[in-house]
Write a protein that binds this ligand. Structure first.
Ligand code: KG4
Ligand code: ZN
Length: 335
């Protein structure tokens, strides 16, 4: 057969992942999650790159094997060029270059943020162009106007922390292990979102700021713990619900503003924080009320994964957008 098989590699943060896509259809998505970071309360870059070194060959082998092909059938090798941790990116970039070079096939660089958005094209239903995508993860918070598969414009973004970072850092203040986002989500289900009022920072235009809430929670807890050393354990659910409420409010205020300004009501969310059940519920309710068409990818394609890199690579392959062997990773990379 003359199928186009593309191998894609993702190594921007703490997941080593590989995926094979055949003519635009994702065949698999192998992810090795690194657990070494848990005890440090956050990703340790040096440990992340070492773990990528250990994981990359087995992960790639598994992706090729489970696609039912051999490496000689590959048409191109794709990789995440950035943004991300430089040492982590380097492992994926170096591997992809050597592999493509040894097989004599093209190399395709992918922007990680663009790929998060293109995750919406892995399965049906797919959003119609133009659509607005709210990309929310541990490293990014962006509002993007998506005009076509490869034409995207950032219309708003965080000026400091990402929203996932705010989830994780406030969770740490509550004594929860890393990553704390999913735990805040879990405890919030039993709490009252109006129990405590944490700040809702209002930035100009369509931009975000998530660093204020961390400081507010820090001082609030310090004061309360002086009065009652058991304050956190006695109020954990209410604290989580109230923090989550403020974070979601901030996300939705700007999303609503973006919809008003662009008059686009095809709405998608992407990134690890789109797994948050409070965000999903609020968005679903809002969408039904206002008449938005809402798209939420499968959880496996929300967090960092190579299937989304493969999807992006598919569109770049069709346009003949290839990289040369001197390509270098970028810690910061614009859409
Ligand atoms: O997209 P992702 O896997 O990696 C990055 O590119 O950052 O996102 C990870 C982030 C972490 O901050 C994690 O706490 C957050 O997504 N997260 C959640 C939930 N699941 C993952 N935050 C809130 N609620 C969740 N259910
Ligand atoms: Zn990501």
């Amino acid at each position: 057969t003359n199928n186009i098989f593309i191998l894609a590699i993702e190594s921007s943060c703490d997941e080593t992942s590989a995926s094979v896509i055949a003519d635009g259809k994702v065949l698999n998505n192998i992810v090795a999650t690194q657990s070494v970071h848990e005890k440090y309360g956050g990703v340790v870059p040096e440990l992340a790159s070492r773990a990528h070194q250990e994981n990359i060959i087995p992960v790639v082998q598994e992706a090729i094997l489970s696609a039912g092909i051999t490496k000689d059938q590959l048409s191109a090798v794709a990789f995440t060029r950035g943004p991300g941790l430089l040492g982590s990116l380097l492992v994926g970039v170096s591997f992809a270059k050597s592999f493509a070079f040894s097989l004599g096939i093209p190399l395709i660089e992918v922007n990680h943020m663009q790929a998060h958005i293109l995750a919406h094209f892995i399965d049906d239903p797919k959003p119609n162009f133009p659509f607005i995508c709210l990309t929310v993860s541990g490293g990014h918070t962006q509002l993007v106007l998506v005009k076509s598969h490869l034409d995207m414009q950032v219309i708003g973004e965080t000026r400091d922390d990402a929203v996932g970072e705010a989830f994780d850092k406030t969770a740490k203040l509550l004594g929860l292990p890393y990553p704390g986002g999913p735990l805040i989500d879990k405890h919030a289900k039993d709490g009252n979102p109006k129990a405590f009022a944490f700040p809702i920072t209002r930035m100009p235009e369509l931009d975000y700021s998530f660093s204020g809430i961390k400081t507010a929670v820090l001082y609030f807890l310090r004061d309360q713990l002086q009065e009652n050393p058991k304050f956190i354990e006695e109020n954990l659910a209410d604290l989580c619900a109230s923090i989550q409420y403020s974070l979601i409010e901030m996300l939705l205020i700007k999303l609503k503003k973006a919809v008003k300004e662009t008059r686009v009501s095809e709405i998608a969310i992407a990134g690890g924080v789109s797994a948050n059940s409070g965000l999903r519920e609020s968005l679903t309710t809002l969408a039904a009320q206002i008449g938005w068409n809402l798209y939420i990818p499968k959880f496996e394609y929300c967090t960092d994964n190579a299937a989304m890199i493969a999807m992006a690579a598919h569109y770049k392959y069709l346009k003949g957008e290839f990289s040369t062997l001197d390509v270098a990773p970028l810690a910061k990379m614009k859409l």
